[in-house]
Design a protein around this ligand. Structure first.
Ligand code: LFR
Length: 489
């Protein structure tokens, strides 16, 4: 039994959790300590996260861990990417953190193209073009605030800083700023210059798997906290999820399925070819100098938003049950279109899209959910084919991890439409990856290979074999439909 406990703080866009992990009899055992809601709210036209709430929930969770008898622990923090807190020279937050779904960067990619071609940015960074990348957010940032800014800290780095007083830029998350030069392995001075940010305004680039510092218990006298060492894990949730994916050998891809669907492969060499740029693939930095070559697909955000809008409060399993009753391809919707990034009313946005494209309009919860799940499954299958084309590597199996992997119907649909075996689990891959990095950093585990073997020992992967269907024709029809819709636009 470990004398030190490992605690993962994993915060996604819609919820956060503290999960305790221990290795017992050769298996990773996990226990949820606490869970809390997250989300952004609109204040005077801007969408803000509540980072004080997040910090408070971390402290409450750690206090609970202590009350459960866990008095010595290491703690790792991961969250979604790209967003940041501006910290002044007094060490205090200058403003709330703006959410990446805020509309302030809608046109920024186009604006910046006047100064620097997209191709140049891509060749330097290898990072996909998303309006919300930190580079575009900082371009639109309040210049007065930016002048007063001593440090720009990404969300998990900021939370770690609040707990320890030590500021770093952890590099798996740092790469999503689109400000890191993948060849020089450092910030790109030219890109920083274009957005008017000094390199010294970022904290030191730091590899995952290093010790950040001790929890400053005396800074939080109102909490009864355990002795804790904060470890810089792969602080980008997707990077942690990939660490926690039990893939073995070659030829596997992952789908980290949460608010976003991140589908890709782990590789050593970045791919910045024309096709990779055109299809908007990204080369995010992973743990142990790996590259996450992947695509962002709109993901469960779609169903989360439909749920928020519909008057009746469906659970996610209920959505699946309703969708099953409808079943089959009723509408072709390109959910990767930016109009679905943060529409005021997701239900109306989907319906409007269908009207504009002369398709049957989904009305009921089942019709909406069926439309979402079918289109996601086909987007997954298309991404797998693209990955093969772009990298020249065969992919014969897909590991679906994260909360979305609990959706058995979608897993089967994905297997059928992609023609590949699908393996589901762990549902908490991000927390698993977070814990594994702590264990590696502290010498409890040797390396990534041993860590993933431990995951395979510890969980029952569920396998889905593809049914024989004419998937080629379905995919072709789908692509034709999307193309003619784009042309009509
Ligand atoms: C998933 C994720 C994605 C990133 C998006 C925005 O939670 O971290 O990897 O593209 O959120 O930060």
């Amino acid at each position: 039994v470990d004398s030190v406990s490992y605690i993962a703080v994993d915060i996604g866009a819609s919820s956060g959790r503290l999960i305790l992990g221990e290795i017992n009899n050769g298996k990773l055992e996990m226990q949820e300590i606490s869970r809390f809601a997250n989300g952004f709210t609109n204040q005077n036209g801007t969408s803000f996260w509540d980072v004080d709430h997040l910090l408070n929930q971390i402290l409450l969770g750690l206090q609970k861990a202590k009350s459960m008898g866990y008095e010595h622990c290491t703690v790792g923090i991961d969250t979604w990417a790209v967003d940041y807190v501006l910290v002044g020279s007094n060490g205090k937050r200058l403003r709330e953190a703006v959410s990446y779904r805020d509309a302030r960067t809608k046109q920024t990619i186009q604006k910046m193209e006047k100064f620097i071609p997209k191709k140049t940015i891509y060749e330097k960074t290898g990072i996909q073009f998303q309006p919300f990348n930190t580079i575009y957010q900082l371009y639109e940032e309040d210049k007065k605030l930016l002048d007063e800014t001593d440090k720009i800290l990404l969300i998990p780095d900021y939370l770690g800083y609040c707990l320890t007083g030590v500021a770093v830029t952890e590099e798996t998350n740092g790469s999503t700023t689109q400000l890191l030069n993948i060849h020089k392995h450092d910030f790109d001075e030219e890109l920083l210059g274009l957005i008017g940010v000094k390199k010294s305004q970022f904290a030191k680039l730091t590899e995952p798997g290093t010790i950040l510092g001790l929890l400053k218990k005396d800074w939080f006298p109102e909490f009864d906290l355990p002795d804790a060492e904060i470890v810089t894990v792969a602080t980008h949730d997707t990077a942690s999820a990939v660490v926690g994916t039990p893939g073995e050998g070659e030829n596997w891809a992952y789908l980290s399925s949460g608010t976003w669907s991140l589908l890709g492969i782990e590789t050593d060499i970045p791919v910045v070819s024309r096709q990779a740029l055109e299809e908007n693939y990204t080369n995010e930095w992973g743990a142990f100098k790996t590259i996450r070559f992947l695509k962002n697909i709109m993901g469960m955000w779609l169903i989360q938003e439909v749920r928020r809008i519909l008057p009746k409060n469906y659970t996610f399993p209920e959505f699946v049950e309703e969708a099953k009753k409808v079943s089959g391809f009723k509408q072709v919707v390109n959910f990767n279109d930016e109009r679905f990034l943060n529409p005021e009313n997701m239900v109306e946005e989907i319906q409007q899209y269908c009207r504009e494209t002369n398709q049957v309009v989904p009305e009921s919860a089942g019709e909406l959910a069926n439309c979402i799940y079918n289109n996601l499954a086909i987007l997954y299958s298309i991404a797998l084919d693209e990955l093969e084309q772009i990298t020249g590597n065969k992919i014969d199996r897909l590991h679906i991890v994260g909360g979305g992997s609990n959706n058995e119907w979608l897993n089967q649909l994905t297997a059928d439409l992609s023609g590949r075996n699908v393996y589901a689990g762990p549902g908490e891959a991000t927390a698993v990856g977070n814990l594994l990095m702590q264990m590696i950093a502290t010498g409890r585990l040797k390396d990534l290979k041993e860590a993933r073997a431990l995951v395979r020992e510890s969980i029952d992967l569920k396998m889905y074999r593809p049914k024989v269907i004419d998937r080629k024709t379905i995919v072709l029809k789908y692509k034709k439909a999307v193309n003619s819709m784009m042309a009509a636009k």
